[in-house]
Design a protein around this ligand. Structure first.
Ligand code: AMP
Length: 219
Protein backbone atom coordinates (compact mmCIF):
# COMPACT_ATOMS: atom_id res chain seq x y z
CA UNK A 1 0.00 0.00 0.00
CA UNK A 2 1.25 3.43 -0.94
CA UNK A 3 -0.04 5.78 1.72
CA UNK A 4 0.34 9.46 2.54
CA UNK A 5 -0.46 10.62 6.09
CA UNK A 6 -1.42 14.25 6.67
CA UNK A 7 -2.59 16.27 9.61
CA UNK A 8 -1.86 19.21 11.78
CA UNK A 9 0.85 18.92 14.45
CA UNK A 10 -0.62 17.09 17.43
CA UNK A 11 -3.02 15.04 15.29
CA UNK A 12 -0.95 11.92 16.03
CA UNK A 13 0.68 11.28 12.65
CA UNK A 14 3.87 9.84 14.11
CA UNK A 15 2.03 7.64 16.59
CA UNK A 16 -0.38 6.30 13.97
CA UNK A 17 2.30 5.83 11.31
CA UNK A 18 4.28 3.72 13.81
CA UNK A 19 1.23 1.54 14.47
CA UNK A 20 0.26 1.08 10.81
CA UNK A 21 3.84 0.42 9.78
CA UNK A 22 3.90 -2.59 12.12
CA UNK A 23 0.55 -3.91 10.94
CA UNK A 24 1.18 -3.48 7.21
CA UNK A 25 4.92 -4.11 7.25
CA UNK A 26 5.84 -1.06 5.17
CA UNK A 27 8.38 1.68 5.97
CA UNK A 28 7.42 5.06 7.47
CA UNK A 29 9.27 7.69 5.45
CA UNK A 30 9.41 11.28 6.69
CA UNK A 31 10.86 14.02 4.50
CA UNK A 32 11.96 15.93 7.61
CA UNK A 33 13.84 12.81 8.74
CA UNK A 34 15.56 12.50 5.33
CA UNK A 35 16.74 16.10 5.59
CA UNK A 36 17.85 15.71 9.22
CA UNK A 37 19.88 12.66 8.14
CA UNK A 38 21.84 14.93 5.77
CA UNK A 39 23.22 16.79 8.80
CA UNK A 40 26.47 14.82 8.89
CA UNK A 41 27.12 15.14 5.15
CA UNK A 42 29.56 17.81 4.04
CA UNK A 43 28.31 18.53 0.52
CA UNK A 44 27.11 21.86 -0.93
CA UNK A 45 23.56 20.45 -1.09
CA UNK A 46 23.62 19.30 2.56
CA UNK A 47 24.92 22.70 3.67
CA UNK A 48 22.19 24.47 1.68
CA UNK A 49 19.50 22.25 3.25
CA UNK A 50 20.84 22.78 6.78
CA UNK A 51 20.74 26.57 6.37
CA UNK A 52 17.16 26.47 5.08
CA UNK A 53 15.98 24.20 7.89
CA UNK A 54 17.66 26.38 10.50
CA UNK A 55 15.60 29.32 9.22
CA UNK A 56 12.44 27.22 9.48
CA UNK A 57 11.73 27.61 5.76
CA UNK A 58 10.72 25.00 3.21
CA UNK A 59 13.47 23.34 1.19
CA UNK A 60 13.00 24.16 -2.55
CA UNK A 61 10.76 21.75 -4.42
CA UNK A 62 13.43 20.49 -6.85
CA UNK A 63 15.76 19.47 -4.00
CA UNK A 64 12.94 17.96 -1.94
CA UNK A 65 11.62 15.96 -4.87
CA UNK A 66 15.08 14.63 -5.68
CA UNK A 67 15.76 13.54 -2.07
CA UNK A 68 12.35 11.87 -1.67
CA UNK A 69 12.60 10.27 -5.11
CA UNK A 70 15.91 8.61 -4.20
CA UNK A 71 14.42 7.28 -0.97
CA UNK A 72 11.30 5.89 -2.66
CA UNK A 73 13.47 4.02 -5.19
CA UNK A 74 15.08 2.00 -2.35
CA UNK A 75 14.12 -1.71 -2.35
CA UNK A 76 12.28 -1.58 1.01
CA UNK A 77 9.79 0.93 -0.44
CA UNK A 78 8.96 -1.24 -3.46
CA UNK A 79 5.93 -2.87 -1.83
CA UNK A 80 4.61 0.26 -0.22
CA UNK A 81 5.26 3.06 2.26
CA UNK A 82 3.68 5.63 4.55
CA UNK A 83 4.83 9.05 3.46
CA UNK A 84 4.81 11.77 6.11
CA UNK A 85 5.73 15.44 5.55
CA UNK A 86 5.68 15.07 1.75
CA UNK A 87 4.07 16.33 -0.43
CA UNK A 88 3.72 19.80 1.08
CA UNK A 89 3.19 21.79 -2.13
CA UNK A 90 1.30 21.27 -5.37
CA UNK A 91 4.47 20.76 -7.49
CA UNK A 92 5.58 18.10 -5.00
CA UNK A 93 2.22 16.32 -5.31
CA UNK A 94 2.48 16.39 -9.11
CA UNK A 95 6.07 15.12 -8.97
CA UNK A 96 4.96 12.28 -6.73
CA UNK A 97 2.26 11.31 -9.23
CA UNK A 98 4.89 11.27 -11.99
CA UNK A 99 7.26 9.18 -9.89
CA UNK A 100 4.53 6.68 -9.04
CA UNK A 101 3.68 6.43 -12.75
CA UNK A 102 7.38 5.72 -13.50
CA UNK A 103 7.25 2.95 -10.90
CA UNK A 104 4.05 1.58 -12.48
CA UNK A 105 2.15 2.28 -9.24
CA UNK A 106 -0.27 4.79 -7.80
CA UNK A 107 -1.06 6.25 -4.38
CA UNK A 108 -3.52 3.97 -2.57
CA UNK A 109 -4.96 6.52 -0.15
CA UNK A 110 -4.25 9.79 1.63
CA UNK A 111 -5.06 9.57 5.35
CA UNK A 112 -6.03 12.93 6.79
CA UNK A 113 -6.03 12.80 10.59
CA UNK A 114 -8.45 15.46 11.67
CA UNK A 115 -8.61 17.23 15.05
CA UNK A 116 -9.94 20.66 15.99
CA UNK A 117 -7.36 23.44 16.23
CA UNK A 118 -8.18 23.92 19.93
CA UNK A 119 -7.59 20.23 20.56
CA UNK A 120 -4.24 20.43 18.71
CA UNK A 121 -3.17 23.40 20.85
CA UNK A 122 -4.26 21.55 23.98
CA UNK A 123 -2.34 18.40 22.98
CA UNK A 124 0.87 20.11 21.95
CA UNK A 125 1.03 22.80 24.59
CA UNK A 126 0.45 20.23 27.33
CA UNK A 127 3.39 18.20 26.06
CA UNK A 128 6.33 17.68 28.39
CA UNK A 129 9.67 16.39 27.19
CA UNK A 130 12.49 14.81 29.17
CA UNK A 131 15.81 16.69 29.20
CA UNK A 132 17.72 13.39 29.04
CA UNK A 133 15.81 11.65 26.19
CA UNK A 134 13.58 13.41 23.64
CA UNK A 135 11.57 10.24 23.10
CA UNK A 136 10.30 10.31 26.69
CA UNK A 137 7.19 12.40 26.22
CA UNK A 138 4.33 13.11 28.66
CA UNK A 139 1.21 15.23 28.69
CA UNK A 140 0.12 17.32 31.67
CA UNK A 141 -3.44 15.99 31.46
CA UNK A 142 -3.53 12.85 29.26
CA UNK A 143 -0.31 11.16 30.32
CA UNK A 144 1.13 12.84 33.42
CA UNK A 145 4.38 11.61 34.99
CA UNK A 146 4.12 9.89 38.40
CA UNK A 147 6.05 12.73 40.03
CA UNK A 148 5.40 16.23 38.74
CA UNK A 149 8.21 17.55 36.54
CA UNK A 150 10.24 14.32 36.64
CA UNK A 151 10.62 11.59 33.96
CA UNK A 152 9.30 8.17 35.12
CA UNK A 153 11.96 6.33 33.12
CA UNK A 154 15.24 8.05 33.96
CA UNK A 155 14.44 10.81 36.46
CA UNK A 156 15.27 13.57 33.91
CA UNK A 157 13.71 17.00 34.38
CA UNK A 158 10.64 17.62 32.19
CA UNK A 159 10.25 20.81 30.15
CA UNK A 160 8.04 22.40 27.48
CA UNK A 161 9.77 23.02 24.13
CA UNK A 162 9.77 26.67 22.99
CA UNK A 163 7.87 25.81 19.82
CA UNK A 164 5.25 23.99 21.92
CA UNK A 165 4.16 27.22 23.67
CA UNK A 166 0.51 28.01 22.77
CA UNK A 167 1.34 31.08 20.62
CA UNK A 168 3.94 29.22 18.55
CA UNK A 169 1.60 26.26 18.18
CA UNK A 170 -1.21 28.48 16.86
CA UNK A 171 1.20 29.92 14.29
CA UNK A 172 2.24 26.47 13.08
CA UNK A 173 -1.38 25.38 12.87
CA UNK A 174 -2.31 28.45 10.81
CA UNK A 175 0.55 27.66 8.44
CA UNK A 176 -0.65 24.10 8.07
CA UNK A 177 -4.13 25.27 7.03
CA UNK A 178 -2.74 27.87 4.69
CA UNK A 179 -0.33 25.56 2.90
CA UNK A 180 -2.02 22.18 3.11
CA UNK A 181 -5.66 22.96 2.32
CA UNK A 182 -4.96 23.00 -1.47
CA UNK A 183 -3.34 19.56 -1.24
CA UNK A 184 -6.34 18.10 0.59
CA UNK A 185 -8.48 19.35 -2.30
CA UNK A 186 -6.01 17.92 -4.82
CA UNK A 187 -6.41 14.44 -3.34
CA UNK A 188 -10.14 14.82 -2.65
CA UNK A 189 -10.71 15.55 -6.33
CA UNK A 190 -8.88 12.31 -7.18
CA UNK A 191 -11.04 10.33 -4.76
CA UNK A 192 -8.04 9.44 -2.58
CA UNK A 193 -8.69 11.48 0.57
CA UNK A 194 -9.79 9.53 3.66
CA UNK A 195 -10.70 11.77 6.61
CA UNK A 196 -10.14 10.08 9.95
CA UNK A 197 -11.48 11.60 13.17
CA UNK A 198 -8.35 11.65 15.33
CA UNK A 199 -9.84 13.10 18.53
CA UNK A 200 -10.17 9.60 19.98
CA UNK A 201 -7.92 7.21 21.89
CA UNK A 202 -4.84 6.04 19.95
CA UNK A 203 -6.07 2.47 19.40
CA UNK A 204 -9.49 3.66 18.16
CA UNK A 205 -7.83 5.86 15.54
CA UNK A 206 -5.55 2.99 14.40
CA UNK A 207 -8.59 0.73 14.04
CA UNK A 208 -10.46 3.40 12.06
CA UNK A 209 -7.50 3.72 9.68
CA UNK A 210 -7.18 -0.03 9.17
CA UNK A 211 -10.93 -0.39 8.60
CA UNK A 212 -10.88 2.38 6.03
CA UNK A 213 -8.03 0.71 4.18
CA UNK A 214 -9.77 -2.67 4.32
CA UNK A 215 -12.97 -1.18 2.95
CA UNK A 216 -10.93 0.32 0.09
CA UNK A 217 -9.43 -3.05 -0.73
CA UNK A 218 -12.81 -4.77 -0.66
CA UNK A 219 -14.15 -2.37 -3.32
P1 AMP B 1 9.33 18.32 9.60
O1 AMP B 1 10.08 17.40 10.50
O2 AMP B 1 8.36 17.62 8.68
O3 AMP B 1 8.69 19.50 10.32
O4 AMP B 1 10.44 18.95 8.60
C1 AMP B 1 11.56 19.67 9.10
C2 AMP B 1 12.07 20.63 8.04
O5 AMP B 1 12.46 19.90 6.86
C3 AMP B 1 11.02 21.62 7.53
O6 AMP B 1 10.95 22.76 8.36
C4 AMP B 1 11.56 21.96 6.16
O7 AMP B 1 12.65 22.85 6.24
C5 AMP B 1 12.10 20.62 5.69
N1 AMP B 1 11.07 19.83 4.97
C6 AMP B 1 10.50 18.65 5.37
N2 AMP B 1 9.63 18.20 4.44
C7 AMP B 1 9.61 19.12 3.45
C8 AMP B 1 8.90 19.23 2.22
N3 AMP B 1 8.01 18.29 1.83
N4 AMP B 1 9.14 20.31 1.44
C9 AMP B 1 10.03 21.24 1.80
N5 AMP B 1 10.74 21.21 2.95
C10 AMP B 1 10.54 20.16 3.77
Amino acid sequence: MYLIIMGVQGAGKGTQAAAIKERLNIPHITSGGLFRAMKDQDTPLARQVQAIMARGELVPDDVTIQVVRERLMQPDAARGFILDGFPRTRPQAEALDALMADLGQQITAVLYLHIDDDEAVERISGRLQCTLNEQHIYHRRYNPPRTEGVCDVDGGRLFTRDDDQPEAVRKRIAEFHHKTRPLLDYYRERGLLREIAADRPIEAVTEAILQTLQADQAE
